[in-house]
Write a protein that binds this ligand. Structure first.
Ligand code: GLU
Length: 447
C-alpha cells in the first residue's frame, strides 16, 4: 500500500511550499488508495513550541489535508534513532569520530583546497577513547556511484567520493535530521518520499543508511521549489509565505489548493478541481521539472472567478454563519448578492457593503451643489409617488431624465454616493428598490 508523509519542522508558519508538498503527498496517497501521514520534526526544542506545532496542524486542517493516522512526533523516537546509530556502528557501517571542532575546521580548510570531502582519521582507526566526546559518523562508500531514479528529477548518478561521512549522532548523543528522518520513514513504512528538491542532495546520503540497514528503498520524487515572480526562491519579499495569511486575506481554500496544484503540476484546463473526495487522479509523472512562479495576481483572479461560480445559497449561508446580520440586511443581501458577488475578489469584501445595507447607514455628504440638490429633490418626489416595483421605479426616473434632457450619468453617481457612500454598487434601481421607499427618502432628505 502506498504510504506518503509530510514531515515539516515547526518554524512558526506553514510555508506555502510546505503546503504544496503536503497537498502532493495527500493527493498521491489518496489517488492510490494509500495513506497520507504527518510527522512533526520537532527535534529542535527551541523552535518546537506548542504554538509553532499548532500553526502546522491548523494550516493542514484548514486545507483539509487530514492525515490518515494520528500525527507522529520525531522527538518521541529519539531512542530508536540512537539504537540504529549504534547498530550501524556495531556492523562496521559507522564509526566514532573524536575530532575536536578546531581539528575539524583545520581539516575542512585543507580539504577545501584539495577539493575533496574530509575523511576523519578515525574512520579506519577504530578506537574507544574514554572520557572524550565523540560523534558517530556514517562510513560512506569511497568508490562507485549512487544512483537515484527520482520520479521528477529522473535518473541521477553521484560519485560516492563526494559524499561526506555525515554525522548520525552528535556529541550530546542527539540524532541528526539525516538519521532521524530515515529511521522514522522506515518505521512509518513510507513507500514514497515526495518533498522539495532542496532535499535532493540529502537523498544521496540518506539512502546509504537505508542500504546498510537493508531496508526497502522508498521511491523519491523531489519537486522543484516555488519561486517568486522575479524568479528567486519564494520568500517574505514576495508576499505572505504563511498559508494562514491567505485564509485571513479571504482566499477560498479550494482556490488556494487548486493554485498550489498548478504550481508544479500539469493540468490542461483551468477548472477548479475537487481535491477532497478522492476524485482527482494525481500522477507523479505530471509534476513539472522546472520551478514554478508564484503569481499573486493569478491567485486573486482565480478567487474572484471561483466566487462567481458558487451557488448563492452556499455563499449566503456562509455569510450568515460568519456575521450576525439583522433581517433588513439579510433581505437586501438576498436580493443583491448576485450583483454584489460580481464585484468581489474575496468574499470578506462584503463587510464594506453591510454598512449601507443597514438602516443605520449615515453618510457624511455635505457639499452637494445646487444642481445636484435640485436633482435629489426631484427624485424624492418621484420616489414618493411611484408604485414600489423595479419596473415602475426605473420607468419613472428615466422618464424624468429624458424630459429634462439629462443622462443617467448625471444622476447615477450622485444617488449612489448618497444612498451607499460608494462609487461602485449594483444597478442603482435595484439598490433603491431594495433599500425601500422610506429608507431612501430618509437618506435623500438628509442631504
Ligand atoms: N523537516 C524537513 C523540512 O521541513 C523535511 C524533511 C523531509 O521531508 O525529509 O524541510
Amino acid at each position: 500500500m502506498i504510504r506518503t508523509r509530510f514531515a515539516p519542522s515547526p518554524t512558526g508558519k506553514l510555508h506555502i511550499g510546505g503546503a504544496r508538498t503536503a497537498l502532493f503527498n495527500y493527493l498521491f496517497a489518496k489517488s492510490n488508495g494509500g495513506k497520507f501521514l504527518l510527522r512533526i520534526e520537532d527535534t529542535d526544542i527551541k523552535r518546537s513550541s506548542k504554538e509553532n506545532i499548532d500553526v502546522i496542524l491548523n494550516g493542514l486542517n484548514w486545507l483539509k489535508l487530514i492525515p490518515s493516522e494520528k500525527e507522529k512526533y520525531q522527538s518521541n523516537e529519539t531512542q530508536q534513532h540512537i539504537d540504529i546509530a549504534y547498530k550501524l556502528l556495531k556492523n562496521g557501517f559507522a564509526y566514532k569520530c573524536y575530532l575536536s571542532t578546531e581539528e575539524l575546521n583545520e581539516m575542512r580548510n585543507q580539504s577545501r583546497k584539495k577539493g575533496e570531502v574530509i575523511k576523519s582519521p578515525y574512520r579506519d582507526n577504530l578506537v574507544n577513547i574514554k572520557n572524550k566526546d565523540f560523534v558517530i559518523r556514517l562510513k560512506m562508500p569511497l568508490k562507485g556511484q549512487t544512483t537515484i531514479n527520482d520520479k521528477v528529477q529522473g535518473e541521477v548518478n553521484v560519485n560516492n567520493s563526494i559524499l561526506d561521512d555525515m554525522v548520525l549522532l552528535r556529541k550530546d548523543n542527539s540524532p541528526t535530521y539525516m538519521l532521524a528522518s530515515v529511521v522514522d520513514d522506515y518505521n512509518m513504512e513510507i513507500t514514497n518520499i515526495i518533498r522539495g528538491d532542496d532535499h535532493f542532495n540529502n537523498a544521496f546520503r540518506q539512502i546509504q543508511i537505508i542500504k546498510y540497514m537493508n531496508w526497502p528503498i522508498p521511491t523519491y520524487a523531489h519537486i522543484p521549489l516555488i519561486h517568486g515572480e522575479d524568479g528567486t526562491k519564494l520568500s517574505k519579499r514576495h508576499g505572505a509565505e504563511n498559508v494562514m495569511d491567505y485564509k485571513k486575506d479571504g482566499y477560498e481554500v479550494e482556490v488556494l489548493k487548486n493554485y498550489l496544484l498548478r504550481l508544479g503540476y500539469s493540468v490542461n484546463d483551468d477548472k477548479i478541481y475537487d481535491l477532497e473526495n478522492n476524485t482527482f487522479n494525481f500522477k507523479l509523472d505530471k509534476i513539472n521539472k522546472s520551478p514554478s512562479r508564484f503569481d499573486l495576481k493569478k491567485l486573486s483572479n482565480m478567487n474572484a472567478l471561483y466566487l462567481r461560480t458558487q451557488p448563492l445559497n452556499n455563499l449566503l449561508n456562509r455569510i450568515k454563519t460568519k456575521f450576525n446580520l439583522n433581517e433588513e440586511i439579510l433581505e437586501r443581501l438576498d436580493f443583491l448578492l448576485p450583483d454584489l458577488i460580481q464585484r468581489y475578489t474575496y468574499l470578506n469584501e462584503i463587510e464594506n457593503d453591510f454598512l449601507w445595507l443597514s438602516n443605520d447607514f449615515t453618510n457624511n455628504l455635505s457639499d452637494l451643489n445646487q444642481e445636484n440638490l435640485n436633482l435629489v429633490f426631484e427624485v424624492l418626489n418621484i420616489l414618493k409617488s411611484t408604485e414600489w416595483n423595479l419596473i415602475e421605479l426605473k420607468e419613472n426616473i428615466e422618464k424624468y431624465l429624458v424630459q429634462n434632457n439629462l443622462k443617467m450619468k448625471d444622476l447615477g453617481p450622485v444617488l449612489r454616493m448618497i444612498l451607499t457612500g460608494k462609487t461602485n454598487t449594483p444597478d442603482i434601481f435595484k439598490v433603491i428598490f431594495i433599500i425601500g421607499r422610506n429608507e431612501c427618502i430618509k437618506r435623500l432628505t438628509k442631504v
